[in-house]
Design a protein around this ligand. Structure first.
Ligand code: ATR
Length: 268
């Protein structure tokens, strides 16, 4: 049986084992998938040990995505742009291949929920690893513009430089934002501690859309805030989580599982 692991710290809350086990059932693949805590200074060694024991691949979550990218022998184009990896493939000759599937996970979920992107004005809040992983794919869907805003505005400007040429991209400070973006995406880790990014509620457009990359059992504070400001649909990141897992599963197994039954199972 082929073995897979997700490494993170913390890792207890991870839903990845449930998701991949469901995908395996759906597609009749014979795999095992476990969550494993990695001490902060042991991540690279843990991956190498797992590869030596015959492990076929691992997912990588907070705070190891950049280190996963750096330790790989080969990297996909999308991982290179994101400078981060959430999916490592461990080849029998010891080679480690890195990829990132977070962007695909977000886009899959937006498409599944009929959120329009083409010709739309998108605001992305945050400029950390989570933001970097989705910029390229958002631009590929031809929005009118993608604005990146961040508490530390220089980080948003750095991202605009890195992705320049891929689309109409700009950086603005929290207090200089325009009004009424068609889609507002929160990629900050603020929701994890029930905080809202300190920006004006006028960024939301009545009838528009909002997306929080974080998820929890209850609606996140960002989702609630967006709904109070009359967006048509505000989604949390559960669908993105399942979507990125499906893309990782595809990278490893060459089969695309169905997302919706697994999202439903996790909500229940
Ligand atoms: P991740 O990989 O999850 O994106 P990260 O790289 O540490 O994690 O980035 C966290 C992001 O959340 C950053 O954009 C951070 O803003 P700064 O770059 O200014 O630090 C943002 N963030 C975290 N807590 C926040 C808060 N309370 N308000 C606004 N932004 C916050």
């Amino acid at each position: 049986m082929d073995q897979y692991i997700v490494f993170g710290n913390p890792i207890k809350q991870s839903k990845s084992p449930t998701i991949h086990t469901e995908f395996a059932k759906q597609t009749q693949q014979d795999i095992s998938y476990q969550a494993r805590l990695s001490e902060l200074d042991e991540f690279e060694q843990n991956v190498k040990d797992f590869a030596q024991q015959g492990g076929k691949g691992c997912n990588v979550t907070v705070p190891f995505k950049e280190r996963a990218f750096k330790m790989a022998d080969k990297v996909s184009d999308r991982a290179k742009l994101a400078q981060a990896a959430n999916t490592l493939t461990l080849l029998p000759d010891g080679t480690i291949e890195a990829d990132t599937t977070d962007g695909a996970g977000l886009i899959n979920d937006l498409i599944e929920n009929d959120v329009p992107l083409k010709g739309k004005r998108i605001l992305l809040i945050g400029a950390g690893g989570a933001a970097r992983g989705v910029i390229q794919l958002l631009l590929e869907h031809l929005p009118e513009s993608l604005t990146i805003t961040n508490r530390t505005v220089s980080k948003a400007e750095t991202l605009v430089e890195r992705f320049a040429g891929l689309g109409n991209l700009n950086a603005l400070a929290f207090d200089s934002l325009e009004q009424g973006y068609d889609l507002v995406i929160n990629s900050t880790s603020a929701s994890l501690s029930n905080e809202l990014p300190p920006i004006s509620e006028t960024v939301f457009k009545p009838g528009g859309y909002a997306y929080d990359m974080v998820y929890s059992d209850k609606p996140t504070v960002f989702v609630e805030w967006a709904l109070q400001n009359k967006v048509k649909l505000a989604l949390d990141g559960l669908g993105m989580l399942v979507g990125q897992a499906a893309e990782s599963f595809y990278v490893w197994r060459g089969v695309r599982p169905n997302l919706l039954p697994v999202v439903k199972l996790l909500r229940a």
